[in-house]
Design a protein around this ligand. Structure first.
Ligand code: UD1
Length: 344
């Protein structure tokens, strides 16, 4: 069985990706410092796949901790690197913490790959690197703009660090996946998003409002230049997103027509407004959502969605799940969390 190291494998996207790797027959080693995740997620993964992954509590930004993990797993064929801080607002408050964690993290991963002769990496990047693109949908060749936040800048700089490293080392192969907005949960409701504190992102805030944890959802801005005035994003099902990592690793291992650095947009190719998300949620859940129109959130862009033809053609990957089923899965997960609290 081929072994993959997944950093941040207990987190939201990481845990769904671990499930897909195990289901595809890989042996998974998770490295996670549990700073924004819950160890119980390992049980959820086991309930779905029948197998608990190997787990190391270690911090990717700490070279000693990460060296130890690599020294024990020199036989890994590839790394999938998720472990990073991701809250845009927090990054504005604590930029050094974001640069320290996210930049030191990618440097440590690349240097340990070189040291241990592991050549393949999939890196979690973000559509944030495009900023507010002039032309939509964005392709991988759309201009990279000045980042709006330190978080966004860590993704932009990480991509540059990867690209510079690859110019100096022809043994390394990297695929960066630029995620659009991941939402939803595994259809079994065994794993899903677990925000700590008040969620920043739309879907967890929305489902927490519907279940009664939050009083009201604020729709940030209805005066954008869009069909209903609310901002537009490309919401991608988290399991579809997870599968993009498996096909990326398979491409890196097969090496067929591979160039050493490849970048792919991972979205649905379709834009959805905040109000459309609210209405779809109400339709699939049968719940009435308490929401109000609020002023625009600082730093938000008006609209973005992906051109995914490169991922379709080269990775053979395409988003499969409907928005309805995806939102339903997020709601089932929120209800499961509420049930667990009752049972405690
Ligand atoms: C942001 C980042 C993205 C990052 C993601 C993960 C940017 C441009 N985007 O995405 O790179 O990967 O966070 O944390 O930096 N909204 C509301 N009410 C709410 C919450 C959100 O109306 O309570 C709206 C927002 O204004 C936005 C949409 O919902 O239009 C999606 O917001 P959110 O889920 O926070 O994601 P992004 O800001 O798009």
């Amino acid at each position: 069985m081929e072994k993959i190291i997944v950093t941040g494998g207990i987190g939201y996207i990481g845990s769904h990706t671990v499930v897909e790797f195990q289901s595809a027959g890989f042996e998974v080693v998770i490295v996670d410092n549990l700073s924004n995740s819950d160890i119980k997620v390992l049980d959820g993964i086991k309930n779905i796949t029948g197998k608990k992954p190997i787990f190391y509590k270690a911090d990717v930004s700490d070279i000693h901790e990460i060296e130890e993990v690599f020294s024990k797993n020199k036989d890994a064929v590839a790394i999938v690197h998720f472990a990073a801080f991701k809250a845009v607002g927090e990054s504005v408050q604590k930029p050094l913490m974001y640069y320290q964690n996210n930049i030191q993290g990618i440097i440590n991963i690349l240097s340990q790959m070189q040291k241990n002769g592991i050549s393949n990496l999939v890196f979690s990047s973000s559509c944030t690197v495009y900023g507010q693109a002039k032309s939509l949908p964005v392709t991988e060749d759309s201009p990279i703009l000045k980042a709006e936040s330190p978080y966004g800048n860590t993704k932009k700089i990480s991509e540059e660090i990867i690209s510079d490293t690859l110019k100096s080392d022809d043994k390394l192969n990297v695929i960066s996946l630029r995620y659009f907005n991941p939402i939803g949960a595994h259809h079994t409701a065994e794993i899903g998003e677990l925000p700590i504190g008040i969620p920043n992102n739309l879907l967890p805030f929305l489902t927490q409002t519907a279940i009664g944890i939050r009083e009201k959802l604020s729709v940030f801005g209805n005066d954008y230049n869009t069909h209903d005035g609310t901002a537009i994003r490309d919401y991608i099902n988290v399991v579809d997103l997870a599968k993009a990592h498996v096909v990326s690793i398979q491409r890196l291992l097969e090496k067929k027509n591979l160039t050493n650095y490849e970048v792919f947009n991972i979205g649905t190719g379709k834009g959805t407004s905040v109000m459309e998300i609210v209405k779809t949620f109400e339709a699939v859940s049968g719940e009435k959502l308490n929401y109000q129109i609020a002023k625009r959130r600082e730093g938000d862009i008006e609209q973005i969605w992906a051109d995914t033809s490169k991922a379709n053609e080269i990775l053979g990957w395409k988003a499969q799940e409907s928005l309805e089923n995806t939102i339903k899965s997020a709601w089932e997960w929120e209800k499961r969390l509420a049930q667990r609290k009752v049972n405690k």
